[in-house]
Write a protein that binds this ligand. Structure first.
Ligand code: C2E
Ligand code: CA
Ligand code: CA
Ligand code: CA
Length: 280
C-alpha cells in the first residue's frame, strides 16, 4: 500500500530502464540478499504428455525479502535488469541450477537424463562471455552441456542481436539446448525465428489457457505445426487441465509444463515426486 519506493521509467528506443529513488533491487541489495540466503529456486517439471514422466525441470527464482515478503519474479526481475543486479543474480541461478541438475544425474544415472531449463535475461545474453560462463559452471559440476536448456525470448533480440547470437553460438556449439520462451507474445516476425539457432519453442501459457474456454487455440496449433516444419521440439506451458493436455496430445505436442503436473516446487520435492518414484 502507499507510494511505491521506486519508479521505473523507460527511456530511449532501446528499452533501457532508469530507476529513480530508493529501490530494493540494486546490485548492493541483491548481493546482500544472496549472502543472506533470501533467494531460492523452485523447479517445475517438464513432462512427457504421453506418460506424465519428467524429462526435466525449469528453474524459477524466488526472493523472500526481509520486509517485502515473497516477491514474485515478474516484479523483481525487471528491476534487477534495470539496475544491472540481474548479472550477479543470474550467475547464482546458473550455478545453483547446474549443481542441482548434476545431483539429478548422479541419482538417475547416465541412461536417464533429466535436463534443467534456465531463464536468461537480456542483460546476461548480451554480456560477452555469458556462454563460456555457463559452460564453465557445467564443467565444474560435471554436468553435460546437453542437459542444460537456456530459455530466451524474442525481445532479447531487440537490443544487441549480434552479442546474443555469439553467446547462443557458443552454447549451442557445446550442446546446450536453446529454447524460445513465451513464443508468440513478442513483436518479432516469423522470419526472425528462422534466423535464430534454436532447438525448442515454448508455447506461451496465454495460448494454452484459451483452449479451455474456446476449445480452440489457433496460435498454439500453428506453433506446433511451425515447430514440426522447422524440426524443433515444442513445449506447452501453463497446462492446467486434462482437456488442455488432451487437445495438445491430439495435435502432436509431446511435452508440457503446468499446474496439472506440478507447480514450481523445492528441488527435494521435484526429486521425490518425479525422479525417485516412478510415474505409473
Ligand atoms: P516464465 O519463464 O514464462 O515462467 C513460467 C511462469 O508461469 C512461472 O511464473 C510459473 O510459475 C508459471 N506457471 C507455470 N505453470 C503454470 C500454470 O499451469 N498456470 C499458471 N497460471 N502459471 C503457471 P513465475 O515463477 O512467477 O515466473 C515469472 C517469470 O519470471 C518467468 O516467466 C520468467 O520470465 C521470470 N523468471 C523466473 N525465474 C527467473 C530467473 O531465474 N531468471 C530470469 N531472468 N527470469 C526469471
Ligand atoms: Ca521460462
Ligand atoms: Ca514462458
Ligand atoms: Ca513469461
Amino acid at each position: 500500500a502507499g507510494k511505491a519506493l521506486f519508479e521505473a521509467q523507460r527511456v530511449g528506443g532501446h528499452g533501457k530502464m532508469i530507476i529513480h529513488g530508493g529501490y530494493y533491487a540494486s546490485p548492493a541489495a541483491v548481493l546482500d540478499g544472496l549472502r543472506n540466503g533470501e533467494f531460492f529456486l523452485r523447479f517445475q517439471a517438464v513432462v512427457d504428455l504421453a506418460t506424465g514422466a519428467a524429462i526435466g525441470a525449469e528453474a524459477l527464482v524466488r526472493w523472500q525479502h526481509p520486509t517485502r515478503g515473497l516477491v514474485p519474479p515478474a516484479e523483481f526481475i525487471p528491476l534487477c535488469e534495470a539496475s544491472g543486479s540481474i548479472v550477479v543474480l543470474g550467475e547464482w541461478v546458473v550455478r545453483e541450477s547446474v549443481a542441482e541438475a548434476a545431483r539429478w544425474r548422479r541419482l538417475r544415472g547416465e541412461d536417464d537424463p533429466v535436463s534443467v531449463a534456465i531463464n536468461a535475461s537480456a542483460r546476461e545474453l548480451t554480456s560477452a562471455g555469458y556462454g563460456e560462463f555457463v559452460l564453465t559452471e557445467c564443467a565444474n559440476v560435471g554436468l553435460p552441456a546437453a542437459l542444460v536448456h537456456i530459455e530466451v525470448t524474442e525481445t532479447h533480440f531487440g537490443s544487441d542481436a549480434a552479442a546474443v547470437r555469439d553467446n547462443i553460438r557458443v552454447l549451442r556449439g557445446a550442446g546446450v539446448i536453446i529454447s524460445m520462451d513465451d513464443f508468440g507474445t513478442g513483436h518479432s516476425s516469423l522470419s526472425r525465428l528462422t534466423e535464430i539457432e534454436l532447438d525448442v519453442i515454448k508455447i506461451d501459457q496465454s495460448f494454452v489457457a484459451v483452449i479451455e474456454t474456446e476449445r480452440e487455440s489457433p496460435v498454439a496449433e500453428l506453433t506446433i505445426k511451425l515447430a514440426a516444419t522447422l524440426g524443433l521440439q515444442v513445449i506447452a506451458e501453463g497446462v492446467e487441465t486434462e482437456a488442455q493436455a488432451e487437445w495438445l496430445r491430439e495435435r502432436g505436442c509431446l511435452l508440457a509444463q503446468g499446474y496439472l503436473y506440478s507447480r514450481p516446487v523445492a528441488a527435494d520435492e521435484f526429486v521425490a515426486r518425479f525422479l525417485v518414484q516412478p510415474v505409473t
